[in-house]
Design a protein around this ligand. Structure first.
Ligand SMILES: *[C@@H]1O[C@H](CO)[C@@H](O)[C@H](O)[C@H]1NC(C)=O
Ligand SMILES: *[C@@H]1O[C@H](CO)[C@@H](O)[C@H](O)[C@H]1NC(C)=O
Ligand SMILES: *[C@@H]1O[C@H](CO)[C@@H](O)[C@H](O)[C@H]1NC(C)=O
Ligand SMILES: *[C@@H]1O[C@H](CO)[C@@H](O)[C@H](O)[C@H]1NC(C)=O
Ligand SMILES: *[C@@H]1O[C@H](CO)[C@@H](O)[C@H](O)[C@H]1NC(C)=O
Ligand SMILES: *[C@@H]1O[C@H](CO)[C@@H](O)[C@H](O)[C@H]1NC(C)=O
Ligand SMILES: *[C@@H]1O[C@H](CO)[C@@H](O)[C@H](O)[C@H]1NC(C)=O
Ligand SMILES: *[C@@H]1O[C@H](CO)[C@@H](O)[C@H](O)[C@H]1NC(C)=O
Ligand SMILES: *[C@@H]1O[C@H](CO)[C@@H](O)[C@H](O)[C@H]1NC(C)=O
Length: 611
């Protein structure tokens, strides 16, 4: 039996040490390193790796920069995170910032696996990411992340923690040399002036970011990162927390990544197929996963994660130098908790729980609770009016004979909650709805030497806010995550095999908001297509080729971004960038609606008006 599933057993025989990133999966055998790298002879300089994404829109002011951490991550697996002291910038002429950017910059040389890492400030996760895989001549890469939504956290001294589970031995020599800086961009004067003038009194004390952010992560001390580890489908991880009694809005931001047996969860076979073919030890539980979030034991929302492929995933040659969507900056997901505030404003402790449906070892999950406080009162009150969270609707149609077969999995979920909160802004009712739909078609051919996965996730969030006197306000985010994965395994005897792979990956999101007759919205379409092959001998890539094409489109009405880029065999074939919007009419809204509305909301918040 020389199927992709068999690769799993092959891997077990190799007795590799345990990595914090995935290592026990058929596709993970492909997390092999290059035996030789012929392209290097022509190019002794370090290679720049990057993720294609929209550059952060920055004000025209000069930033104040703080270097927060400079560290070399060698053998760090199983050790405590690296800590650094963070103090707010004191040397800045202005103390109000309109944009704050975290910059991770790293170099590495030698041979190393892709390692998952996290950056926390005061226990609040700021970045979940994956390292790039080095080359013998060295690589360099950076991640810039807009962390303005953590403004309140950044106003106080905090401990910064970074955890990477890296291993160093004779073969895997890569040490990650890392600098973390934070850039504070002072607000532009004119903008600030207009902003104050326009909003008048309403503006005082209101920002689109939360007033307080509570870490819903693991407590110190620890030795394997501040995320919770979820190891199976019955494992629930809890965090007890207390909120101040004058909260008027709450949003839970969830970070998630999947590893080892579940790194490629979308390609895991159904258990009945595994049992019928005696494939004990092969990662199973079918291809559907979701993170379920509960508050005091009641389901308040879910996350159906984007299928991030790490830098060594499927075929490492696909991701050099253009990395897979989201791999350097994994998306986080917001769940509106405002309807449930009535339950947690009692001055007592409560708990959030996290579990993963059908999970296999291991998922890393934690969260940040963003809280908006009523400055005019010591106590707000609230009540839950309606809450419905129906059980998952799952359908699996299996048709297989031996190792050949077709499996169709469809899943749906809907969570809706309505609650009121009375604060100095009046009695405001919030209705939050999450709608999910999932479909996965998996085909095993050629006695499972060929596996084809075609998956679609639809993930909708809608929020309706009804204040007592003004008109209702609503916002929505519609996400689509298409994925196509083709792998073909050819045994070539002598511990050698050839693998042909094709990946299509998409992150598509439309956001819209309305307040009375005012409308605004934005859209992102980020599509990748990668194909490659490689010959692997004794777990090392003896030869191979990877090519990737990517088209990124963002339309925010006033600001747009387009990039069409392609690489093959480490070389960029073309790269077209455009940042104009074409013929669309200019917006007449000077500011995002978040500025006009005290309930702010980084969450789902679109840019200025379009169409
Ligand atoms: C990749 O590029 C290297 C150096 O530029 C070249 O030697 C090699 O033949 C190329 N590989 C393929 C499969 O085109
Ligand atoms: C980190 O900063 C130091 C000091 O500024 C610099 O010498 C080094 O090259 C930087 N490293 C990276 C990876 O940017
Ligand atoms: C699931 O994981 C938890 C936490 O590691 C463990 O205590 C429990 O025994 C596991 N359950 C099963 C069925 O493996
Ligand atoms: C699976 O194992 C059982 C028990 O060893 C055996 O009877 C059966 O024929 C095996 N099935 C396959 C498909 O190998
Ligand atoms: C706030 O409004 C809701 C819905 O209309 C109502 O059920 C609740 O009693 C009101 N609360 C207060 C304190 O007036
Ligand atoms: C999400 O919203 C879009 C647009 O309103 C709709 O077409 C789609 O069916 C919704 N999807 C789900 C899963 O509810
Ligand atoms: C599976 O399909 C291949 C052709 O794709 C065929 O050669 C093989 O006999 C099939 N196996 C079974 C058990 O039907
Ligand atoms: C396997 O390797 C041995 C020794 O290197 C060689 O003699 C043999 O011909 C190889 N077999 C195949 C099928 O390539
Ligand atoms: C991207 O550029 C390639 C090469 O010029 C071209 O064939 C392709 O149509 C372009 N795609 C888009 C969406 O513009």
């Amino acid at each position: 039996m020389a199927s992709p599933l068999a690769l799993f057993f092959l891997l077990l025989l190799l007795h590799r040490p345990l990595f914090s990133t995935a290592n026990v999966h058929k596709l993970n055998l492909l997390r092999s390193e290059l035996l030789s790298d012929p392209t290097l002879q022509n190019d002794p300089a370090p290679t720049l790796f990057f993720e294609v994404t929209k550059p952060i829109e920055l004000p025209k002011t000069k930033p104040c920069t703080q270097l927060v951490l400079q560290h070399d991550f060698g053998y760090t697996y199983g050790k405590a995170p690296v800590f650094a002291k963070y103090t707010p910038p004191s040397h800045c002429p202005s103390q109000t910032y309109s944009r704050i950017v975290l910059e991770w910059k790293a170099t590495c040389k030698g041979r190393q696996f892709d390692r998952i890492f996290g950056v926390w400030l005061g226990g609040v996760e700021l970045l979940r990411s994956c390292t790039a895989e080095p080359r013998p001549n060295g690589i360099v890469w950076s991640v810039e992340k807009d962390i303005t939504r953590y403004y309140s956290l950044l106003q106080n001294s905090q401990t910064l923690a970074v955890y990477i589970g890296n291993l160093i031995d004779k073969t895997y020599t890569g040490i990650y040399h890392v600098n973390i800086s934070i850039h504070f961009y002072p607000a532009e004067k004119s903008l600030n002036y207009n902003y104050e003038k326009k909003l008048g009194n309403l503006a005082s004390g209101y920002h689109s970011w939360a007033d307080l952010i509570l870490p819903i992560s693991r407590n110190l001390p620890l030795n394997d990162g501040l995320w919770f580890k979820i190891q199976n489908s019955t494992d629930t991880q809890w965090k007890v927390f207390d909120v101040p009694q004058n909260v008027y809005r709450a949003v839970l931001e969830v970070y998630v990544s999947f590893h080892e047996n579940d790194e490629f969860w979308y390609s895991n076979a159904p258990n009945e197929y595994i049992a019928a073919n005696n494939l004990s030890g092969t990662p199973g539980n079918g291809p559907f996963r979701e993170v379920v979030v509960s508050l005091d034991g009641e389901v308040v929302g879910a996350v159906w994660p984007f299928t991030v492929i790490f830098t060594g995933g499927v075929n490492p040659l696909l991701w050099r130098p253009i990395t897979a969507i989201g791999s350097y900056d994994l998306p986080s997901y917001d769940i509106e908790i405002t309807p449930f505030l009535g339950k947690i404003l009692d001055g007592k402790s409560h708990k959030f729980g996290f579990s993963v449906t059908s999970a296999l070892n291991v998922w890393y999950v934690d969260a940040n609770l963003h809280l908006w406080l009523d400055k005019q009162s010591m106590k707000t009150e609230g009540g839950l009016l309606k809450h419905s969270s129906l059980p998952l609707v799952v359908s699996l149609v299996s048709d297989f004979k031996g190792l050949n077969g077709t499996f169709l999995t469809r899943v749906g979920r809907s969570v809706s909650s309505t609650g009121w909160v009375k604060s100095s802004y009046g009695n405001i009712t919030t209705n939050a709805i999450q709608d999910f739909h999932y479909s996965n078609t998996m085909v095993m051919r050629n006695d499972a030497n060929t596996q084809i996965v075609s998956q679609k996730i639809h993930f909708n969030d809608t929020l309706h806010i009804r204040p007592p006197s003004s008109s209702a306000y609503s916002m929505s985010s519609n996400k689509k995550f298409p994925l196509y994965l083709y792998t073909d395994y050819l045994d070539q005897a002598n511990e050698t095999y050839k693998l042909v792979t094709n990946v299509e990956l998409g992150f598509i999101e439309k956001k819209s908001a309305s307040a009375g007759s005012q409308l605004s919205g934005s859209s992102v379409r980020n599509l990748q297509n990668a194909e490659g092959n490689m010959v692997v001998k004794n777990n090392l890539v003896a030869s191979g080729l990877g090519s990737t094409q990517q088209v990124y489109r963002y339309d925010g009405g006033k600001s747009c971004y387009f990039r069409n880029i392609s690489s093959s065999n480490y070389t960029i074939l073309y790269d077209k960038v455009r940042s104009t919007c074409g013929q669309k009419p200019e917006s007449n809204l000077d500011f995002g609606l978040s500025r006009l509305w005290p309930f702010g909301a980084q969450r789902n918040f679109p840019g200025p008006l379009f169409t």
